[in-house]
Design a protein around this ligand. Structure first.
Ligand code: PLP
Length: 396
């Protein structure tokens, strides 16, 4: 893909701004969405059912997939179905997006933040164990950047203490842990995101996956107003279409058929998307090796890293600051980002739980030195070379 723009009447050509992320949406998605629009069924219906079935099949079957209008909604449904409520504690990492923890607050529960492992940037399991109290009900494992947490250790810990496990797999489609796809592990619920910059997108959307039939039932009911029948069932089953019963004050979290039609096409492209992300990540590893950077941890031998993000950190002794790197990239027409301003630095979480940076030395140090550089399927090798050259220029 060639993206250039003319810089005024001199016809001096300058490369277009290279964003940090961009979805790859082709004619297939456009055709599928058009078909959904013309079908007369735009809300949750046959396309959503098909998307859910195909998602379960992609994961290898034996699980229930429940489409929702965001991963945030899915995380909320998961904690609600697990019975998390006021006074309960849910342990997770400080190096995540606020959606991971805000859902605990929706239910009156308290997230308990834990520092990270400085190599993987995932939750530190030793510190996770130390954070368990009599109020702890669940662990939320966030697979940072698309690298799975050590789920064997986390699941063993959960079993030892009788805790529930929810995986925030917003970055982790598809990733594996011990050779098993995230979504097929022994946790209670796994939640994927189809937000615009994730590994597949429906604009906004998410998928909740569980092998527990009772949890699946509760989440399906709560996804749509606490009604015991969804619209598709009402219009396809033999009981009168107008009749339903409300059994709980549920939410409005269903995914539309318009979005699902897009999701089906994106899912079909996922193997190619993954291959492209793996190729680009390997190329970054190769071309950035000599720079004063700490490159991201790869998945253990035999496992798959989803490469949602490629996060580099400045090595100790680098001559420029993180902010100067971001500015330098921007000056050269390259977008970048930071994942994340850790939760302990956000006013709401900081003030509510009296959190200070010294409580999270690894996450805080990582935050000060990290930059997420462009990684998306539609970027060309030449786009990537621009990023490499710019970093060489800035850091060299
Ligand atoms: C994107 C993201 C979410 C939220 O996903 P939405 O689909 O936008 O609600 C949650 N957790 C993490 C780690 C994310 O990156």
């Amino acid at each position: 893909m060639q993206r250039i723009w003319s810089d005024g009447p001199t016809h001096h050509m300058k490369p277009a701004f290279l964003p940090f992320a961009l979805p790859e949406i082709g004619d297939e998605e456009v055709a599928a969405v058009s078909e959904a629009l013309r079908s007369g069924w735009v809300t949750t219906g046959p396309k959503t059912k098909e998307f859910e079935q195909q998602f379960s099949a992609f994961l290898g079957g034996g699980v229930d997939s429940i489409a929702v209008n965001s991963a945030t909604a899915g995380l909320h449904l998961a904690l609600e179905a697990l019975g998390i409520g006021p006074g309960d504690e849910v342990i997770t990492t400080t190096l995540t997006f606020t959606a991971t923890t805000e859902v605990a607050r929706y239910l009156g529960a308290d997230p308990v933040l834990v520092d990270i492992d400085p190599v993987t940037l995932n939750i530190d399991v030793t510190k996770l164990r130390a954070a368990i109290t009599p109020r702890t009900k669940a662990i939320m494992a966030v697979h940072y950047a698309g690298l799975s947490c050590p789920m064997d250790q986390i699941l063993a810990l959960a079993q030892e203490y009788g805790l529930k496990v929810v995986e925030d797999a917003a970055h982790a489609l598809p990733a594996t842990c011990g050779g098993i796809l995230v979504g097929q592990l022994q946790s209670d619920v796994t939640v994927f995101s189809f937000y615009a910059n994730k590994t597949i997108t429906t604009g906004e959307g998410g998928m909740v996956v569980t092998r527990d039939a009772a949890l699946a039932h509760r989440m399906k009911v709560m996804r749509l107003h606490g009604m015991n029948r969804d619209a598709f069932d009402r219009f396809t089953s033999k009981t009168p279409a107008w009749y339903y019963e409300v059994i709980a004050p549920g939410f409005k979290y269903n995914l539309t058929d318009i979005a699902s039609a897009m999701g089906i096409q994106q899912l079909a492209k996922l193997p190619r998307f993954l291959a492209r992300r793996q190729y680009l990540a390997a190329r970054y590893f190769d071309k950035l090796a000599a720079l004063p950077l700490v490159l991201p941890a790869d998945a253990p031998q035999g496992d798959v890293h989803a490469w949602h993000l490629y996060v580099v950190r400045l090595a100790a002794g680098a001559k420029v600051s993180r902010d100067e790197v971001i500015q330098g990239l921007s000056d050269r027409g390259i977008g970048s980002s930071v994942h994340y301003v850790p939760l302990h630095r956000h006013p709401y979480w900081r003030d509510r739980y009296q959190l200070t940076p010294d409580m999270f030395p690894q996450a805080d140090a990582a935050y000060q030195s990290m930059v997420s550089i462009p990684l998306f399927t539609a970027m060309s090798d030449a786009d990537q070379d621009r990023v490499v050259d710019a970093l060489q220029d800035i850091l060299g």
